[in-house]
Ligand binder design. Structure first.
Ligand SMILES: [Zn+2]
Length: 95
């Protein structure tokens, strides 16, 4: 990536290669109220999930798509969670 982030490329089931954060691996649980997206190493794109702390309660593990943490390569940040919040705030400001 031009932003210099460590990226893992995962081929999704639709055959598309998706750049994900190398350090963005998360345990996830499917939830109707979830608003997170992860891509598993098997190439499954899981939407509407929540992140959980331990494997015990997780439905699986996946990687966070890089576009979530880096909406703009120029404003890349090291901490995914922070970047996400910053992106949301930026969105609200521009509304
Ligand atoms: Zn980036």
């Amino acid at each position: 990536m031009s932003c210099g982030a460590d990226i893992i490329w995962i081929k999704t089931k639709s055959g598309k290669k998706m750049p994900c954060d190398f350090f963005g691996r998360q345990y996830f649980k499917r939830s109707d109220n979830g608003n997170r997206t992860v891509v598993t190493l098997q190439g499954e794109v899981v939407i509407k999930c929540i992140f959980v702390d331990t494997y015990d309660v997780a439905d699986g593990a996946g990687y966070v798509p890089h576009f979530v943490t880096c909406p703009n390569a120029a404003v890349h940040r090291k901490k995914p969670e922070k970047a996400e919040r910053a992106a949301q705030q930026a969105e609200q400001i521009s509304l």
